[in-house]
Design a protein. Structure first.
Length: 71
């Protein structure tokens, strides 16, 4: 992703329920996710899936907070 505006647009879409945008975020940060998923220098699929699940949950939680604020 070349600039923050593009990333903001994708995050906005993801928070508003766009599943494709959620996966775009994961793909954008895949290198970082892999870096933090390593155990003994090897990417752990379990650790990677945990981080990805937490990212999805964070996006969903943000949407819930946004909806509560709007009510």
């Amino acid at each position: 992703m070349e600039d923050n505006k593009e990333l903001f647009k994708i995050i906005y879409k993801a928070v508003n329920g766009d599943i494709t945008a959620k996966f775009e975020i994961i793909m954008e940060f895949e290198e970082l996710i892999n870096k933090h998923s390593k155990i003994n220098g090897v990417v752990s699929q379990d650790a990677k899936e945990y981080i990805e699940e937490r990212a999805f949950k964070g996006i969903e939680d943000f949407n819930k907070i946004k909806n509560l604020k709007n009510n």
